[in-house]
Design a protein around this ligand. Structure first.
Ligand code: FES
Ligand code: FES
Length: 199
């Protein structure tokens, strides 16, 4: 129970009506006037694909598109994105098909533990919208704000380059984004156990 003499060090913030188009759907929410966009997206809009890494603008895990531009949602007040079109990783695929960057991250090993992946996917999708045929240097420049602890980055660059090639070649796109295709068609080999040890 809060002591009646307790004085909050933080000013209380009023809740107010807020709306934005998130992944193509208009959402009307009641948010606090000092709410951070990352919190609104994860805790109220339900887009849990947006990851909280550092919470201070250094890892890129929380990247989303605000009106088509990559932004770090941990550094933006929701108020700044009022009325905007916001795209999170959940909004990159169309109804049935993965975005080429999603397909290629799976195919070329651009994702391992996956925690950083939503941020990379969002940023690289924006890159390919603006520059359909980036050089490796341009790809590295675009993802310089995104940190990955697992991949060593080269598979990520390879994945984005592959996605650029696919986006420029429609017939391959249809094949690679077949919703029924398994991005990991070959699983690990079955372990060979001596007779009698099989469990
Ligand atoms: S959580 Fe936003 S940059 Fe790390
Ligand atoms: S895949 Fe694990 S942090 Fe990037």
């Amino acid at each position: 129970m809060v002591d009646e003499n307790y004085v909050s060090m933080l000013p209380t913030s009023a809740s107010q009506s807020w709306s934005a188009k998130i992944n193509g759907q208009q959402q009307e929410l009641l948010v606090q006037s000092n709410a951070i966009l990352l919190d609104v997206l994860r805790d109220q809009a339900g887009t849990l694909g947006v990851k909280r890494g550092c919470d201070m603008g250094t890892c890129g895990c929380c990247a989303v598109l605000v009106n088509g531009q990559p932004r770090l949602s941990c550094l933006i007040l929701a108020e700044e994105a009022r009325g905007a079109m916001i795209t999170t990783v959940e909004g990159l695929a169309d109804t049935h098909h993965l975005h080429p960057v999603q397909t290629c991250f799976a195919k070329a090993g651009g994702s391992q533990c996956g925690f950083c992946t939503p941020g990379f996917l969002v940023v690289s999708s924006a890159l390919l919208e603006q520059n359909p045929n980036p050089t490796d240097e341009e790809i590295k420049c675009a993802i310089e704000g995104n940190l990955c602890r697992c991949t060593g980055y080269q598979p990520i660059v390879d994945s984005i380059r592959m996605a650029a090639e696919i986006k420029q070649n429609g017939n391959q796109t249809a094949n690679l984004t077949n919703p029924s295709s398994d991005p990991h068609p070959i699983g690990p080999d079955e372990p060979t156990l001596p007779p009698g040890d099989a469990r």
